[in-house]
Design a protein around this ligand. Sequence first.
Ligand code: 2P0
Length: 339
Amino acid sequence: MSGVITVVAPVNIAVIKYWGKRDEELIIPLNDSVSATLDTNVMCAKTSVCVSPDFVKDEIWLNGRKESFTSPRLQNCLRGIKSRAAAERSVDDAFLSWKIHVCSENNFPTAAGLASSAAGYACLVSALAKLYKVKSDVSSIARLGSGSACRSVYGGFVHWHAGVKPDGTDSIATQIVDSSHWPQMRALILVVGDHRKKVSSTKGMKISKETSELLQYRITKCVPFRTEAICQAIRDKDFAKFAEITMKDSNQFHAICLDSYPPFAYLTATSMKIIDFVHKYNDICGEPRVAYTFDAGSNACLYLLEDEVPKVLGVIQSLFPSSTPDSFIKGLPARVEPV
Ligand code: 2P0
């Protein structure tokens, strides 16, 4: 049996959202996106892999439950890594032919808009890359598992380039800056609900692509400029600019969900209360000090600088008296690291 390889990978939270696919099967997006990868010890997936000539079939356990290995996304990731390993001649043919056992777990709710698939597939592909000694960039392989997973392969702030090639080989993630670049940056996740979302991201993107005129406007007229501007704001550590673009992009993504036909909504009354609070807080400060962003779920991610955290937490606790320490998850940009 090979040694057991264990890797942890954190979630990433997009500030320029990925929404819509150019190619459904290869998971190639319609637009570029930008995210921050959170700290490994707050919200992460942990995956162990090993191969053996004694294993009779490929098997996977997710959060302690045995699952089917037949998922095309899972198969594509394994095939992608193995063919890369064969091209790089990093392991011998016998090793490549052995069956694999995978064991993966999350330390946060699955499928509630908390980017569980991003961390899960980034972790799986990073673990496989280590097992098969693949040295080249594997973000395009993580992408085959779940689009946003390609961004969790790197730490710090990350840019996923949509690419133009039909085979998706240029649809890869690159690091904008590493986690040491903006050490004051914090992400605060406000857990509004951990129920499973009604419309999956995959299904929602498909409906939006087919029906939303706003989506067409967004990918041509907004995202290219916003992406360039937010990358610059990150390099310049210009929080006000970063916050404005982040909030506008989240709002536009949720507007597209409503512009889809039939429409769907991920934001709840509590999410809207958080949006109102952030704008009032920023108005009182006279400049953006906090930015909200919401993925395909009701949970908020607030980006803010370290100094602001105690003040913001105090106001949130008074606005939501029933909140407990478990309602908050604090993180900061970090790297993917093997344990
Ligand atoms: C993002 N989301 O950029 C956006 C914002 C949700 C809203 O990436 O179909 O789970 O597996 O590629 O990656 C969620 O989409 O979807 C997502 P698939 P994925 O983070």
